[in-house]
Structure formats: structure tokens, C-alpha cells
Design a protein around this ligand. Structure first.
Ligand SMILES: Nc1ncnc2c1ncn2[C@@H]1O[C@H](COP(=O)(O)OP(=O)(O)OP(=O)(O)O)[C@@H](O)[C@H]1O
Ligand SMILES: Nc1ncnc2c1ncn2[C@@H]1O[C@H](COP(=O)(O)OP(=O)(O)OP(=O)(O)O)[C@@H](O)[C@H]1O
Ligand SMILES: [Mg+2]
Ligand SMILES: [Mg+2]
Lengths: 246, 246
């Protein structure tokens, strides 16, 4: 079972858009996929707009079973949603012992999926630490600008500390260049810088494509909303790479 | 003395870029301007890259004076920087009484500026609450996509709760459309939606312009880096509006 945390504490680098479309693409390829939202902004539930009654809060704090919190959003695609109650969950968990491993412990009984993708908020929060410690594999969507690069350095330091303190082996497995615009030097330079630092882990870029954001307002994946768009093309390429990565 | 919190818990909506260029533009117009960074990512210090020894942590937790924490970055432009020690500050403050008003109390002796701009992180954190309660005036940079609109609703609810609980009169004074791309319907629709909901408070949009992000890697404001760009034009228009607003 493959577990992935989609993480970058810089805001707006395409984490949620990647969770939706990587998850959606894997589901279309027949992989039973669970999306777990650990962001109190609850953008995954906003995106798919499912009916739900229980969320991350009930799962982590009120000890509800995974089945009562997970909803099916597509064939092969499931969601454990989040909303602002997750902020309350984080406050409560902050006071507990072993607070960085609660997600790992609660998720240990969830083993009937092929892939589990955790969508993270833009911060270095307790829930993010839980996501990294649980999944141990991190994918970093990095937007093509200088401030996003700076964020990567902070995140790597955070991961290094987790590995040291928790004796966990959290790895950055893929770096996904997002908002790539081939007309700008900036995109090319940031892309090259990433390739130098993360040799072999940098995926083909996801180009800026308005269809990707439009899809969210129609509650659709890019494959449903605009299957012939650059956005669909680029996320298909990513899906293939993730499947190959094993 | 005008105090402004630049806030939106959605990530990457142009908060920091707005703080830099609104602040930089006001300074050029002769207004003595202080930028206060309450984001542990410390992007304002990254942007201007000044020498500094004391930051928000020392100011809020170790009771250092404002003068020992504020650095001059340009003529008329000053910075109280932040870095990951601010995350530590937030943890410590969480345990204290009156933790939502610490910034307001510490900043009460800072009164020799014309404008103070607080740059906020993408979250609904304690430091953000402090920023809102201190400044009482919020400017919301909103990027032209559906998920950013969803974030606005959450933020307004947060502000409503602060006003109720703290009996503070926090107001959204301006809504700044960012990443505006006139070629897309999405930009036009989101812009129209904002104008319906925030009648009279929506500024002229800031268009997507790569010069704005490039400027950060040269440690410059847009007026220094690319004075003839659309980015400079749009932020000049914003500076004028803010000066008019009084
Ligand atoms: N390649 C792209 N082209 C165009 N729009 C995109 C692209 N990727 C993401 N977007 C849009 O940009 C906005 C920000 O992306 P998204 O919300 O996925 O980032 P995020 O990293 O999850 O943000 P946050 O830090 O707030 O969680 C969204 O409206 C999204 O639909
Ligand atoms: N109008 C614009 N056109 C092009 N690039 C922009 C524009 N506004 C901001 N950017 C760039 O986009 C990135 C995100 O913007 P910025 O960091 O200002 O957003 P933010 O809301 O402060 O993000 P965070 O939520 O992480 O604090 C930065 O690299 C910035 O330089
Ligand atoms: Mg997100
Ligand atoms: Mg910022």
C-alpha cells in the first residue's frame, strides 16, 4: 500500500490540485485510492462537494471508525474530509502525548486501499508532522518562483528534524514543478535549480492552465472537466510516473 | 497612524507581494512605513534580505524593545522581521492569558510611523488573530480562482467571531483581486463576484506579471526592479487608493 503526503508549507503551490488530479487519475487507472485531508480549510471536500457527516476531527479526536468518516466520491476514489473542526482537533491533540503519531496510529487499521494520499495545509503544523510521520513518502509541489524555493529549504530542514527526533525515515520521493510557464525565464531557472538539487526526483512540470482551477468550481477532476487540456495531459504524465515509481 | 493587516488564510494569494509593494510604494510617497511579519516563513526578510539580529520572537516573547527588532530596509521603509522562531513564539504564547492581544499590547508603544502593515501567514492561527485584533483594518488579497473565494467566506466568519468575542471592531476595508488575467473568464467571474459581495471595497485588480515574482529574487520592490511593468502600474494604483482611503 502506497502512502504519500503532498506537502509544501508555502501557500498555493498546487498541493490540493495535485491531490485531486493524481488521486483522480490513479482511480481511473483502477487503483483504489483514498484522499485524506488534513487541512482545516477542507479544500478537498470543497472540490468534490460530497455529502458527509464525520470528518478528520471525529476520526482523530472522537475515535470514530474510518468507515464512518470516509465517503466515496468516484469509482475507486474515496475521501476522508476535513473542515474547520480540524483546527479544533489540532488544538486538542497539541495537549496529548505521542501527538505526532496519532494519524499513523489511527490509520493503521486502514489497509484496504492501493494508494493513500494526504493533502497538507501550508504550514509547519502538528497535522503536517502527523502526515509526514504517517506516510513517510513526501511529494513536493513547488511553484516556479523564488519564494517557493525558499520554502523547500525550510521543509527539508523540518523533515531532517523529524527523522532525527522520531527515528522515522521520511523521504522526499518526488518534486513536482507547478505553474510552469515556458515563456518565462523564471520557470526555466527554478526548474533547473530543482533538477540540480533533487537529481532524478523532479517530475515533468505541470503547466499553468486555467482549466485546472476552473475544474474545482465544477467539482470535477481535470480528466472529467477538460480531458484534452494541458492540465489533463500533465497530470496523466504524473500519474504514469507515480505508477512506475511503484 | 494607519494600521493594516494583509490577510487571507488561502495560500499564495499575493499577501507578501502586496505587503512589499504597497509598503514600498507608500515609502516612496514619503510615508514612514513599518512592515511587520507575523509569518514563521519570514518571507519579508527573505524578500529584502536585511541584516538582522532580533525578530518577532524576541519582540513578543523575550520582551525586547521595538527599536532592537526593527531594521531599516529603505528610506522610509522599516521591517520587523520574522523567521521560524515565530513558530516557537506562537507555541509559547498559546499557553498565556490574553494571548490574542499580545501584539496589540507590545505594539502600543510603536507610534512614530505613518503606516504599519502586518503580513500574515496562510492559516487561522493565533498570530493571525493577533494581527487582526491589533490592526482592526484588514486588506484581503484574493486570487482569481474559486478556491480563493471559498477561503474568503471562512475568513469573514473568523472576523465575525473575533468581533463578537473580543468586542473589537475588525473591518475588511479593501479586497484586492490578484493574479488577474483578462484573457480568462475565470478572472472576470471571480472579480464580478467579489464586487457583488464587497460593493465599493474592491480595488483595481493586480494583473499576473512575472516581474512581481522576479523582483523577490533580486530583493527589490517592483518599483525598483521593473518600474514600467504592469506590476508596478497596478501597485501604484493601489498605493493611490490606499492614500485616498485615508
Ligand atoms: N497548474 C495550474 N494552473 C492553473 N491553476 C492552478 C494550477 N495548479 C493549481 N491551480 C489553481 O491555483 C489555486 C491554488 O492551487 P492549490 O489550492 O491546489 O494550491 P495549494 O498548495 O493546495 O494551496 P494551499 O497552500 O492554500 O493549500 C487553486 O485555485 C488551483 O485550482
Ligand atoms: N500578480 C502577480 N503576478 C505574478 N506573480 C505574483 C503575483 N503576485 C504574487 N506573485 C508571486 O506568486 C508567489 C505567491 O505570492 P505571495 O508569496 O505574495 O503570496 P502569499 O499570499 O503571501 O503566500 P503565502 O500564503 O504562502 O504567505 C510569489 O512568488 C509572488 O512573488
Ligand atoms: Mg491546499
Ligand atoms: Mg506570504
Amino acid at each position: 500500500m502506497k502512502k504519500i503526503a503532498i506537502i509544501n508549507q508555502k501557500g498555493g503551490t498546487g498541493k490540493t490540485t495535485t491531490a485531486v488530479n493524481l488521486g483522480g487519475g490513479l482511480a481511473l487507472e483502477g487503483y483504489k485510492t483514498l484522499l485524506v485531508d488534513v487541512d482545516p480549510q477542507g479544500n478537498l471536500a470543497t472540490w468534490f462537494n460530497p455529502e458527509y457527516e464525520r470528518s478528520l476531527y471525529h476520526f482523530l479526536v472522537e475515535d470514530e471508525s474510518p468507515d464512518s468518516c470516509i465517503v466515496e466520491v468516484r469509482e475507486n476514489l474515496y475521501l476522508l474530509p476535513s473542515d474547520k473542526t480540524a483546527a479544533q482537533a489540532e488544538k486538542i491533540l497539541t495537549g496529548q502525548t505521542s501527538r505526532e503519531t496519532i494519524l499513523m496510529r489511527k490509520m493503521s487499521e486502514v489497509d484496504d486501499y492501493d494508494v493513500i494520499i494526504v493533502d497538507c495545509p501550508p504550514s509547519l503544523s502538528l497535522l503536517n508532522q502527523n502526515a509526514l510521520i504517517y506516510a513517510r513518502t513526501a511529494y513536493l509541489p513547488v511553484s516556479m518562483n523564488y519564494l517557493a524555493l525558499v520554502g523547500v529549504r525550510n521543509l527539508l530542514e523540518n523533515i531532517r528534524q523529524i527523522n532525527e527526533i522520531m527515528d522515522r525515515d521520511v523521504k522526499v520521493s518526488l518534486v513536482i514543478p507547478t505553474f510552469y510557464d515556458k515563456r518565462t525565464n523564471e520557470s526555466k531557472e527554478i526548474y533547473e535549480t530543482l533538477k540540480e538539487h533533487f537529481d532524478g526526483k523532479v517530475t515533468e512540470p505541470i503547466r499553468t492552465n486555467v482549466r485546472l482551477s476552473e475544474a474545482s468550481s465544477y467539482n470535477q477532476t481535470i480528466f472529467e472537466y477538460a480531458p484534452n487540456s494541458h492540465g489533463a495531459e500533465d497530470y496523466s504524465t504524473l500519474v504514469e510516473r507515480v505508477i512506475e515509481n511503484g
